[in-house]
Design a protein. Structure first.
Length: 277
């Protein structure tokens, strides 16, 4: 037994003496323009309001901690029914472009977004997607694996005989996308769980629900699956070359990343508390 122990110690010493730091060269890639164009119409407010933002960044190498913002682009929106144009400006030079005038996307109107950057033109089209209202939000007492999660249940009333897709933002990088294939026209409860690391109780949580297209639903489902629910969330950077609905009309090989969508949006605030067991 003593000989075996001595041999084990000698083996550890040999491996320890051979240990060295290995530098791995990660190939650098050409940065791509990321266009995160999110137009949200808060239809349940009086008066109706909208938040229209085109966020422009560039993709970075895997180990880069800073995501470059693009603040020198030309951005505008065209109403394709009458060719009126709305210009967007980046007032704070932070890559967030907003309309230079009050603007609420109309129903049944197709809009074309144009972004010009580094002498290349990017274009994409979108129409506002309708949504339903959030009926109620409740805190539950169910848990998942660790037993430390907080359950939130969102109740909605789906519209009958219409193919609906929804995106939910529960804050703290908790996202969910669903389709109404199995609850068309019915009242439905959408569950979500916070882990203990995500939230400190008691606290207020503001939940957003967006109506989205089938194409954007597929895009988000893949993106959330690739990025996970942590590390900044799926919208901090695009992990792979996941193509959205924006195209480069100048150079098709230099395709952009990201998506342009217009969504009716509803919100609901809930105050989460500790539940006594």
């Amino acid at each position: 037994m003593k000989k075996i122990y001595t041999l084990f110690v000698l083996t550890l010493m040999i491996f320890s003496s051979c240990e060295k730091v290995v530098d791995i060269d990660v190939p650098s890639i050409e940065p791509k323009l990321i266009i995160d164009a999110s137009f949200e119409v808060y239809f349940d407010e009086t008066p109706i309001s909208a938040k229209n933002v085109v966020k422009l960044t560039e993709s970075a190498d895997y180990f880069d901690e800073i995501i470059p913002v693009v603040s020198n682009a030309t951005v505008f929106l065209t109403n394709l029914s009458d060719n009126t144009i709305i210009s967007f400006v980046d007032s704070n030079a932070d890559g967030n472009y907003e309309p230079d005038t009050d603007f609420i996307p109309a129903d049944n109107i197709e809009y074309e977004l144009t972004v010009i950057h580094n002498n290349e033109t990017y274009k994409g089209k979108a129409t506002k997607i309708k949504s339903t209202r959030i009926i109620d939000v409740e805190q539950g007492d169910e848990t998942l694996f660790s037993g430390n999660e907080v359950e939130i249940s969102v109740k909605i009333q789906d519209e009958k005989n219409i193919e609906n897709y929804y995106f939910f933002d529960f804050q703290n990088n908790n996202y969910s996308v669903i389709e109404d294939r199995f609850f068309d026209g019915q009242e439905y409860e959408v569950p979500n769980f916070y882990s203990e690391d995500d939230i400190i109780l008691p606290t207020a949580v503001n939940i957003r629900m967006l109506g989205i297209s089938k194409e954007y639903f597929t895009y988000l489902r893949i993106l959330i699956g690739q990025s996970g629910q942590n590390g900044g969330g799926p919208f901090e950077t695009v992990p792979t070359s996941l193509l959205g609905n924006m195209i480069n009309t100048t150079n098709e090989n230099n395709f952009p990343l990201g998506y342009f969508h217009i969504a009716e949006t509803d919100t609901f605030a809930i105050f989460l508390e500790e539940i006594d067991e």
